[in-house]
Design a protein around this ligand. Structure first.
Ligand code: ADP
Ligand code: MG
Length: 230
């Protein structure tokens, strides 16, 4: 299924929220690097996929009704063997059913454990006056507490992407603060351009949220993604 098929299928099912698996597939198709993420509908499938992908893995609840997965106990990271995957599967199901009794659960998303890097967020929201805008900022606590984010109206050009990564207050963290590995800022600018192009050419998208994206000395990896259709 292509990205456009996924969007079409969701529309037919009268859904506006895409799952993490669907969102990553769409973003992957436009050249944005996402951790390989696949659906397991049973515990046995989760184990089989984990063995195929190689440990350590991450298991996450996959449900269109649960968008804040950690809050529902739906994320287990750094699972190192079969026993840990089986236990995580049971724990995720138990806590998500308790937290969201009416949720339609399709299974769990199995994905590789991404190497840690400085966390950023990237996405698109619709501004009531300006229409679609792309967003870039530091992830985790910094975005929640300081709202250290920059925005530009879609479509953006390279110079806008350069301004966006340069104008956040925490940009020093990306440049390699106190021995921390510097982020591949040119790569992040290129991701912003790809995101803007996609939004500009794909009608009917309400919101895109990549949170977090791990940045590295070379490249970056999207570990969580969400897309909402209009
Ligand atoms: P939520 O729906 O709660 O936002 P996330 O998918 O963002 O769930 O997962 C919560 C946290 O778990 C992330 O912020 C990240 O720190 C960690 N995480 C998620 N997926 C991975 C992964 N594939 N590799 C490494 N860490 C991950
Ligand atoms: Mg997240």
């Amino acid at each position: 299924m292509t990205g456009l098929d996924i969007i079409e299928k969701a529309r037919q099912e009268k859904r506006t929220i895409l799952t993490e698996i669907e969102a990553k597939q769409i973003l992957g198709e436009i050249g944005i690097n996402c951790t390989d993420t696949r659906l397991a509908t049973t515990k046995q499938e989760a184990v089989a996929l984990s063995e195929e992908m190689g440990y350590p893995v991450v298991l996450k609840i996959s449900s269109v009704d649960i968008t804040h997965k950690s809050d529902a106990g739906g994320v287990k990271v750094n699972l190192k063997d079969r026993a840990e995957v089986e236990k995580a599967f049971d724990e995720i199901m138990t806590s998500c059913r308790a937290a969201c009794p009416d949720a339609d659960i399709e299974g769990v998303a199995v994905q590789g454990m991404a190497k840690t890097g400085t966390e950023i967020i990237m996405g698109m929201i619709k501004d009531p006056s300006f229409g679609p805008v792309v967003m870039f900022g530091l992830g985790g606590v910094l975005v929640e507490v300081l709202k250290d984010v920059s925005f530009r109206i879609v479509p953006i050009e390279k110079k806008d992407a350069i301004e966006m990564t340069g104008e956040i207050q925490g940009k020093k963290l990306l440049e390699g603060y106190r021995g921390q590995e510097p982020a591949d800022i040119a790569y992040l600018q290129d991701m912003l351009l790809k995101l803007s192009d996609f939004v500009d050419n794909t009608p009917g998208i309400e919101e895109i949220d990549m949170n977090p994206v791990f940045t590295y000395k070379e490249g970056a990896a999207v570990v969580d993604a969400r897309i909402i259709l209009a």
